[in-house]
Design a protein around this ligand. Structure first.
Ligand code: GAL
Length: 423
């Protein structure tokens, strides 16, 4: 780890070198970037504004292209049409295997220059650099590490049935949910959208069957695992969970479900920690106004890394904008500011955690523990485990089961068949 003084000297040297390089661009044209993203909720917008402010403070001209829609399916549709029409945005929020797919098609710019100047190989963990590179070249810049497997709970509502903490097992969850339901309280706030159903689904996969099963199912796409009796058990639990949501859940946005926990009309939500960004943006205090607790996932950690890939565009101003944006995204100061607002933790190593709350510290500690235990897995629901076609096939079956009367055995069979067709 660099000592402060050496790091200070190094930073000055680097920024001089880089600014020098950038100055050459700046002399030619103001760095500019059109940025396609899907951060439109309260907490997300606040975090996105931090990136825009940082970019403009460094002389950049930011064109915002925000496409609403949780988990980005709508944004990805816009991106595909823009690239196909030969007019890609300079930067787009894409992640996981999608980065590899776009790079394979030759659609992404090379970020090696800024990665070398900013020492990304040293300041980013290998679990992240491997996702950001294609054929050994950096093609995307990582923004954060979100954790999927969280309960968000309203302690005052839990107290109405004598509960003082979020459940630690799925049996405890079911018992608590029955008690809440009997007291006329909605146990689980939920938005009925495929990606949200899949977000709950993947935490149940981890909780009932563990990380090795999860990887075989959603990384290896192993047919026998997908149609196994153990996968039936997951759908059994999803059927129980279906009985714990309110009648108006279909189509609800994820942040509207978070609001239900915030205002006490529901006890809990299972959602990634971007939900924490909503509580913080509303001035809520963790441990007092809301509780964060890992969903039972057998010591697992469902990882979701947001990143921006730079698409092939023309013009010194746009190229300078892409390099400036990539540099800022991985910068230590931005990694702190952005992630405090976003509810995630830094992708960059060594960012001081003193500005982060107890939920973020828990996430950081559990991440390290999961790497040691081999229970760190890429989120399937959030495009980290598979490509878009396979993810879409999985989401279709999960949401069909959740919203219908399909048996667990039929669901597992349908899941395996759909994945076989999609891969
Ligand atoms: C995730 C994304 C998060 C957040 C969430 C809700 O897929 O990684 O940054 O935007 O969707 O939209």
């Amino acid at each position: 780890m660099l000592t402060n003084s050496r790091r200070g000297v190094r930073a000055v040297a680097l920024s001089t070198v880089f600014v020098g390089g950038l100055a050459a661009f700046a002399a030619a044209a103001q760095p500019q970037a059109e940025v396609l993203h899907y951060w439109t909720s309260g907490g997300e917008a606040k975090a996105a504004a931090a990136l825009k402010a940082d970019f403009e403070a460094n002389g950049g001209k930011w064109t915002d292209n925000a496409v609403a829609g949780g988990a980005g399916d709508a944004a990805m549709t816009v991106l595909r049409s823009r690239v196909l029409s030969g007019d890609p945005p300079a930067a787009a929020q894409i992640k996981g295997p999608n980065i590899q797919d776009w790079a394979k098609q030759g659609a992404l710019g090379n970020l090696n220059k800024v990665a070398a100047a900013e020492n990304w190989d040293k300041v980013l963990p290998p679990q992240i650099t491997s996702i950001m590179k294609y054929n050994g070249n950096y093609v995307a810049a990582p923004v954060n590490i979100h954790r999927i497997d969280w309960f968000w709970a309203n302690p005052a509502v839990l107290a109405k049935v004598g509960a003082t903490a979020a459940p630690k097992t799925w049996d405890e969850f079911n018992a608590l949910a029955e008690k809440l339901k009997a007291a006329g309280i909605t146990p689980l706030a939920h938005g009925g959208q495929a990606w949200q159903d899949a977000t709950i689904f993947e935490t149940v996969v981890m909780g009932l069957n563990g990380a090795a099963f999860f990887k075989k199912a959603f990384v290896d796409l192993d047919d026998a695992t997908l149609r196994s009796a153990d996968m039936n058990k997951v759908f059994d639990q999803m059927r129980k969970i279906r009985g714990f949501v309110d009648k108006d859940f279909p189509g609800r946005e994820w942040n509207a479900a978070t609001q239900m926990v915030m205002n006490g009309t529901a006890a809990m939500q299972i959602m990634g920690d971007w939900a924490k960004g909503e509580f913080l943006a509303a001035g809520k205090v963790p441990g007092k106004d809301f509780l964060c607790a890992p969903v039972p996932t057998q010591g697992g950690y469902l990882m979701n890394v947001d990143s921006f890939a730079m698409f092939n565009v023309k013009g010194d101003d746009k190229l300078a904008g892409q390099l400036l944006l990539a540099k800022l995204i991985v910068g230590e100061k931005f990694q702190e500011t952005f992630n405090v607002y976003k509810g995630s933790i830094p992708a960059r190593l060594g960012v001081p955690m003193d500005k982060f709350d107890s939920c973020a510290v828990k996430s950081s500690d559990d991440l390290k523990a999961s790497i040691t235990a081999g229970t760190l897995v890429p989120s399937m629901a959030h495009e980290m485990a598979t490509n878009g076609a396979v993810r879409g096939a999985i989401l279709d079956v999960v949401t069909q089961h959740f919203n219908g009367s399909m048996s667990s055995a039929d669901a597992s069979k349908k899941l395996a068949d759909a994945v076989k067709l999609a891969k």
